[in-house]
Design a protein. Structure first.
Length: 387
């Protein structure tokens, strides 16, 4: 296990406190990151229905998944064997059966008094059909949205979680250096992606890497105006800017990092935009500390780049931690206007204030942990990509 049973129990205590406040008797968790957070379960099985079920009155949750994944739950979670429930392969991708029918039948047989249930309505891997089967099978229960209930507990990390994220930050440095080394005039963008991916999984000499929740993002040339582009097999031309956004991942904990580099001498517009972004990042990081609000951080950024004649109408960062595809964000706090989340020690964020113009974009980012008096970067890699 990645953590002690004591730490898992403490996480459960905080989750049950929130359940009690909301009047929820049973919580159905389908977000793989939340399942991992409470039980340690780690497997590429989220393409089929699975759940962790937390009963307010029981000390230990239940894991529910495909029968062939039970051994994976035994290997990675702290749960007792009797708390590992499963369904047969005849339910996998069936047109007439659904795994939630099995779970609902088990609940009806063993649990009679639970009346109010919470489900993660906006979890990526929780389908409308799954909810329909649970509601029809557990007709004695009323279902309500408990989206982000566990995510909010995850926001403040333990010291051990921070240790894992710092390891992820080290891996991000290695992966970014691999990307830098591969960006050359005439190189194919797909080969840059390959070099990054190899470094992400190889990790460092001391510890290996895990697969990140998002593949390397590599908008190149004119495509830098479009965030979230992956890669092509086209060759890099002299003067082309290349955005590299990636993450180091260790034990499912992420430390994202973005830089923008040019193959050859950059043009004046690129240099001016890069300098504005770097100045904005420095201003923000200088002001991060416990007690400041997310919206206040975003305002510092806007005030700084406005002096350079730029503005940005999208958020500049978000909370990060343990996660699975397709996203490494925690979906809770965002560095944007009207987000009044107050920063606390051991919260972790990806600060990514990219600016995208009509034919050019620049992304430079830093992942940081809030400390008692300020913040600490999870990676140490030069921001400037030109001389």
């Amino acid at each position: 296990m990645m953590f002690s049973k004591k730490e898992y129990m403490e996480r459960l205590r905080h989750v049950k406190k929130k359940m009690n406040q909301k009047g929820i008797d049973v919580l159905f968790i389908s977000d793989p990151a939340n399942m991992n957070y409470l039980t340690g379960y780690d497997g590429w099985s989220f393409y089929v229905p699975q759940m962790v079920v937390v009963f307010l009155e029981e000390e230990e949750p239940y894991w529910f998944g495909r029968a062939q994944d039970v051994n994976g739950a035994r290997a990675t979670s702290w749960l007792s064997p009797c708390h590992l429930l499963s369904y047969g392969d005849e339910y996998v991708h069936s047109k007439v059966k659904h795994p939630m029918d099995v779970l609902a039948a088990w609940i009806n047989q063993h649990k009679k008094k639970e009346k109010r249930a919470g489900v993660e309505m906006e979890a990526y891997y929780f389908s409308p059909r799954a909810l329909q089967c649970l509601e029809s099978g557990c007709h004695q229960m009323t279902f309500e949205d408990a989206h982000l209930l566990v995510n909010e507990v995850r926001m403040v990390k333990s010291d051990k979680e921070i240790t894992y994220m710092k390891k992820a930050g080290n891996i991000a440095e290695v992966a970014m250096q691999a990307g830098y080394d591969a960006v050359k005039e005439g190189a194919r963008v797909c080969d840059v992606a390959a070099a990054i991916s190899h470094a992400q999984l190889s990790g460092t000499a001391e510890f290996g890497g895990d697969y990140p929740a998002i593949v390397p993002l590599l908008p190149t040339g004119v495509l830098t105006y479009a965030p979230h582009i992956t890669w092509t097999d086209e060759k890099i031309k002299s003067g082309d800017p290349v955005i590299i956004e990636l993450a180091g991942c260790y034990g499912r904990y992420h430390a994202p990092l973005a830089r923008t580099i040019t193959a050859g001498k950059p043009n004046t517009v690129f240099k001016n935009l890069s300098e504005a972004v770097m100045e904005g990042i420095e201003a923000v990081l200088h002001q991060v500390k416990p007690g400041i609000k997310c919206e206040d951080i975003e305002q510092i950024w806007q005030d700084t780049i406005a002096r350079h004649g730029y503005c940005k109408d999208s958020r500049i960062g978000y909370s990060i931690g343990v996660n699975y595809p397709p996203d490494w964000g925690e979906h809770t706090a965002s560095l944007r206007p009207a987000d009044k989340t107050i920063l606390k020690p051991n919260m972790t964020f990806h600060l990514i204030p990219g600016i995208w113009l009509e034919e050019l974009g620049v992304e430079i980012s830093e992942s940081f942990v809030v400390t008692a008096n300020g913040c600490e970067l999870l990676s140490n890699f030069p921001q400037c990509s030109y001389s």
